[in-house]
Design a protein around this ligand. Sequence first.
Ligand code: HAX
Length: 434
Amino acid sequence: MKKIKQKFEEKIGVSRTRVKQFVDEYGDKIIGEISLRQIYSGMRGMLSMVTETSKLDPNEGIRFRGYSLPEIQDVLPRANQSNQPLPEGMFYLMLIGELPTNDDVHLISLELEKRSSVPDYVFNVINNLPKEMHPMTQFSIAILSLRNESKFSKAYKQGVSKKDYWNTTFEDALDLIAKLPRIAAYIYRRNYHNEDYIEPLKGLDWSANFAHMLGFSNKEFTELIRLYMTIHSDHEGGNVSAHASHLVGSALSDAYLSFSAGMNGLAGPLHGLANQEVVRWLLDMQEKLGGGLPSRDEIANYVQESLNQGKVIPGFGHAVLRKTDPRYTAQREFALKYLPDDELFLLVSRVFEVVPPILEATGKVKNPWPNVDAHSGILLLKYGMKEYDFFTVLFGVSRSLGIMSQLIWSRALGMPIERPSSTTTDIMVKKFSN
Ligand code: HAX
């Protein structure tokens, strides 16, 4: 890992100088205007922060350091006999800004394995939570308790210099990424498998060990976890989980505090929890329509009914995207390869045909197309993971790769505390309606 840390350190010097010179020269350039409507509508489209790891294009979808998702699936190293990239490579790419070699990825896998043990007090904290507490709440609490291990917080207390903040943040980030699969698997086995915990194995990649600790030995499931961990890892900086982590981190809160904050945002139904809501919605629909594969007309009526009741259709729409999410397409390709005849896959495909025109006809939905969450749940169900209120935890484990790379870069570039300004409606009315 020393090699990768050194490589990162070399990048810091160059990047700090580049950013400083760039801001010195162009700092007064105007990059956009803000309308009154934007401040009342969730700051949509307001360019207001820098995130080095990835950029979301409304039509093309996410690009990680310039690489689209289909490109990523081609160029990142894979495990032996695997068709999926290793998410460790995604972490390297987001952090270093260059494609990793097989050796680089192997080094990260080894390092994560080395750091993966979780202190007993974290398991004790989880053991004291009611099992009916939502797994995302348990996950966030466990991450907060792990904060006791923070190397950054200890260094800060000892008066570490600002220019070295990145160093212990780098250590915290790797520790956190390494330990999350064990924590997530512990919550899963405790809640749904009679506390029958599975110890990690030596010599597996990060995702394979995660699949193993969850209790799944099917090779296709391991492939699915590799795909899942890769595609959910980052979505630029403005989404709720990344933004919440970034905001909290900007107060020099350590990696654990920042990431736990992000997970609380991911646990909302309009963000990551949508993956569980999609499954619930699909299974409810199937049950109410008498089981089996409903017809297009039946689905259309059901969707219309949901809309009439003032509900959103989970898995559709996006605040930035204006086309089908390439993360949806990547999962669809996986399903076409491994489970083309699965009834729930056929249902998801039919919903994909029926829902967009109905949402479009409302005249208000800006993006009627499916997002990442429309597909992920049914793939997990297929391999026997039926406890869908756990699915957002999987999303959270993956998101650590992006959010932690972002945090390390924020420290390296010395990003300041975030403090935008707000106003009141009275002030705005006075200003514009006279
Ligand atoms: N079903 C019904 N109505 C929808 C809708 C959907 N899937 N998507 C948007 N709308 C509605 C909005 O609720 C809003 O209605 P009002 O004007 O009555 O408030 C209107 O259409 C305009 O919204 P928008 O501008 O198109 O969308 P937003 O940027 O405000 O919101 C959301 C984006 C993703 C939150 C939204 O599309 C939604 O609620 N989708 C369903 C939940 C979902 O799938 N969330 C996951 C998103 C991806 C993600 O973050 N994954 O983690």
